[in-house]
Design a protein around this ligand. Structure first.
Ligand code: KG4
Length: 343
């Protein structure tokens, strides 16, 4: 390891994955360790925040040690420490943050605070460099945002959901029909065996690029109740297929006009719902005749990981975006405020 090498240690603990990565010179991912808690939370049908925090505490040092061993480096070698500061579960975020702060303090390294959704967007750089203007379709369990990027580290929300996130709607629909957590994964799997026989309406939202997904969830609940009251069977696979296609079509119908309006060169997907098979194929199909690059994150990048945090960490480090040791977590941090982190 030469002295000139840039070595970023990144830590992510915003939800139910404890993750640590080491990125060398913004190119070589030397380690990408993820300890997932999904099996534990599945028993409860969703993430239990207190259990998530406790498991992060138990796992964080083990995951850090494993990443350092995989990368074959020591903490002394680091250029800086990047860490997810928000958004996410407050208790969960704090675990990663305290670990990062302790390393930064003990080894006298810069501390780089990273916005979780910037991470999901930058995950696409493991496939293709970001090109601007870029439209990022951010679809996760907690957020649905259309983000315009005119250059690196420049985020403008042009549209967002007015209520539930799209992932939340997938999760709630899955729960209504008795499918396991994470609901989006179950719906996607079931949809493959179903037909699009139901129509799931969405409410009209005035603003051009804004959404409402809670209305679609309610429409599904009403449909299931009505069918059950009439002693008719709701075929889960058909409902899954219908909801998945109606929700994704709604997402794309509203998002894609932005490609022309903002002269977009590249469209990227970001967040957990970007794993959805229909979304992945449909966005490529709809944009194939346009002069725009469509980047689909690799599946490992659609779930939480620290490799994506390291990517953003690289660009922030280059711009000298450092925090001091008083840095706190922010569960509702807005992407446009990613440079504001000192209270
Ligand atoms: O980004 P993420 O891991 O969590 C947040 O930071 O919010 O996204 C999790 C969300 C969950 O709502 C999950 O059901 C959804 O992503 N999801 C999917 C698929 N895989 C995960 N939704 C639709 N189709 C999928 N294949």
């Amino acid at each position: 390891m030469s002295m000139k090498d840039e070595l970023i240690l990144a830590i992510e603990s915003s939800c139910d994955e404890t993750a640590v990565a080491v990125l060398k010179n913004n190119q070589e991912l030397l380690a990408n360790v993820i300890s997932t808690q999904i099996a534990v939370h599945q028993k409860y049908g969703g993430v239990m925040p207190e259990i998530a925090s406790r498991l992060h505490v138990e796992n964080i040092s083990i995951v850090i040690k494993e990443a350092l061993e995989k990368a074959n480096i020591s903490l002394d070698d680091l250029t800086c420490v990047a860490v997810t500061r928000g958004p996410g579960l407050i208790g969960a975020l704090h675990v990663g943050l305290q670990a990062a702060k302790t390393i930064a303090l003990t080894y006298n390294k810069p501390l780089v605070p990273v916005h979780h959704l910037c991470g999901h967007i930058y995950a696409n750089e493991y496939v293709s460099e970001l090109k601007f203007p870029c439209l990022a379709i951010v679809v996760s369990g907690g957020n649905t945002e259309l983000v315009l990027m005119k250059k690196h580290l420049d985020f403008q929300i042009i549209g967002e959901t007015e209520d539930d996130a799209i992932g939340e709607a997938f999760d709630k629909v899955a729960r209504v029909v008795g499918l396991p957590y994470p609901g989006g994964v179950s719906i996607d799997r079931e949809a493959k065996n179903g037909e699009h026989i139901y129509h799931i309406p969405h409410p009209h939202v005035e603003k051009k690029y804004d959404y409402s997904f809670s209305g679609m969830k309610t429409a599904v609940i009403n449909l299931v109740t009505k069918e059950r009251n009439n002693h008719r069977e709701v075929k889960v696979a058909d409902l899954a297929r219908s909801f998945q296609e109606d929700a994704v079509n709604y997402l794309l119908d509203k998002a894609l006009p932005a490609v022309d309006e903002f002269n977009i060169k590249q469209v990227v997907l970001a967040g957990g719902v970007s794993a959805n098979s229909y979304l992945r194929s449909e966005i490529v199909r709809r944009l194939k005749d346009k002069d725009v690059e469509v980047v689909i994150p690799p599946l490992w990048c659609t779930t939480d990981n620290a490799a994506m945090i390291a990517k953003v960490g690289h660009y922030l480090y280059k711009q000298g975006v450092f925090a001091d040791i008083s840095l706190g977590a922010d569960p509702t941090w807005q992407i446009e405020d990613f440079r504001n982190f000192q209270e």
